[in-house]
Design a protein around this ligand. Sequence first.
Ligand SMILES: NC(=O)C1=CN([C@@H]2O[C@H](COP(=O)(O)OP(=O)(O)OC[C@H]3O[C@@H](n4cnc5c(N)ncnc54)[C@H](OP(=O)(O)O)[C@@H]3O)[C@@H](O)[C@H]2O)[C@@H](O)CC1
Ligand SMILES: Nc1ncnc2c1ncn2[C@@H]1O[C@H](COP(=O)(O)OP(=O)(O)O)[C@@H](O)[C@H]1O
Ligand SMILES: [K+]
Length: 496
Amino acid sequence: MRTAYTADQIRAAERALMAELPHGTLMQRAAAGLAAACADLLGRVYAARVVLLVGGGDNGGDALYAGALLARRGARVGAVLAGSRTHEAGLAAFLDAGGRVTGGEAIEEADLVVDGLVGIGATGALREPYGALAAAAGSAPGLVVAVDVPSGVDAGTGRVEGPAVRATLTVTMGAYKTGLLVDPGAAYAGAVELVDIGLGPYLPEPDAVAQEAADVHALLPRPVAESDKYRRGVLGVAAGSDLFTGAAVLAVGGALRAGAGMVRYAGTSAPVTQVRAHWPEAVVTLLDAPSIEHVGRVQAWVLGPGLGTGDWAHELAAAVLASDVPVLVDADGLTLVARDRDLLRRDAPVLLTPHAGELSRLMGVGRDAIEAARLEHARDAAGELGVTVLLKGSTTVVADGAGPARVNTTGTSWLAAGGTGDVLSGVAGALLAQGLGCFDAASCAAYLHGLAGRLAAAGAPLAAADVAEAVPAAIRAVAGRREPERTPPGRRSFAR
Ligand SMILES: NC(=O)C1=CN([C@@H]2O[C@H](COP(=O)(O)OP(=O)(O)OC[C@H]3O[C@@H](n4cnc5c(N)ncnc54)[C@H](OP(=O)(O)O)[C@@H]3O)[C@@H](O)[C@H]2O)[C@@H](O)CC1
Ligand SMILES: Nc1ncnc2c1ncn2[C@@H]1O[C@H](COP(=O)(O)OP(=O)(O)O)[C@@H](O)[C@H]1O
Ligand SMILES: [K+]
């Protein structure tokens, strides 16, 4: 499990640690880690052209000390001093090592730009000249390493309110910041490398966590000798309609691949025909009324993909939500719930799986505002509705109102394709039926779905059915602790 923190949490931990160490120790540790990461990335330090963007705070100090270390190894290092003040000791060390002060035009010629404009001390959008320098770094031809956090990205939330540095690599000090895990910030951070400065014992409960393969493996149910199909978990799927048959096929497919002992599908004649044709394994009930009376016992339901939003769908949703088992509500189910929140008045658990547009309708908040602060809005919705929320998108986040949120880092933008969300519903539903709680089912499903997406895509377009097909391979990969890496080998970093 990788843990991430807000800027306030990091600052408090740093204060506590600093009180026990000689002045400047932490910055020396940070600068040494930063210089090593830059050297790694450059390959050859001698004669490399390095430009430091130096802000007025300690983030600039980190950059200057690291620049001094690189200069001593033969790099030609220039510093653009952007603040009204500059870290004095850092500048002295830098100049002493042979570094020189330069203008912003040097960015264009640099092999490596080090962004030390602002770190966790920043507030709001970047002011000038920081904004222009951040933009210039973004369009620079060379490599870009951000110190602690890309300047312009809010460390705690990942918000980006103006110009921001787009980094090849972010070298972050002491602990991951939540804003490095969640888009849009995560997209600006590139690969993220952690420098240990000894903060560990001083850190509180994290703000967010990112599961790793071993965490998911430990949670996934496995059949044992006494298992039978009923005891493994039976999932009910109320999805699809005469207009949208594919959603039913994809949700059932995701569920069958994710270990449900049995899947009971309930729907009208067109999706029933399709589900029967695609999945002889599913037990199918043709509904002649919006009721689940004749469907048989299940341990959880998936409700909503392609269901429609008319009276019939509303009555079926009410019937499913009146059951006493966990219900995952997705897609059209979310539209029904947005119209009639009373549907959510139930004792058994509810997992909602909206994308930003669906959450926008549900909560009456603009879609852009949700995209800008995904974690915050998922948390608010979970708290207000008393449910678990899995918010889909470029970063999928899971919140249940209490404790650290979970952020999924396995996805790929190839998953932005019609129907992949229906597969996710099936996978998460199958995990619910197997007895996982909403929070674990949602985060494990997001992890497996993201990994299945990567395996299915392998650098080329995928169709949603391919993702369902790849779910068993994702489960095997998690068991073997193998994950496809997308960051340079040897780095201790998030693969995005
Ligand atoms: N503490 C520690 O133990 C360790 C800390 N470490 C490092 O220190 C960093 C935190 O340093 P920090 O607290 O000095 O803040 P920092 O991020 O440099 O920003 C402050 C400067 O930014 C400016 N500024 C603010 N907002 C702005 C805006 N919107 N647009 C433009 N400017 C803006 C602000 O200007 P002012 O408002 O004062 O005019 C001020 O000059 C941390 O991220 C890590 O890298 C490591 O060495 C490990 C040990
Ligand atoms: N840019 C992206 N990067 C990674 N994953 C994405 C991206 N865009 C969408 N996804 C994922 O693809 C799936 C799309 O689901 P959804 O929006 O419900 O589509 P549909 O309704 O067509 O099934 C979600 O799992 C989401 O997290
Ligand atoms: K920075």
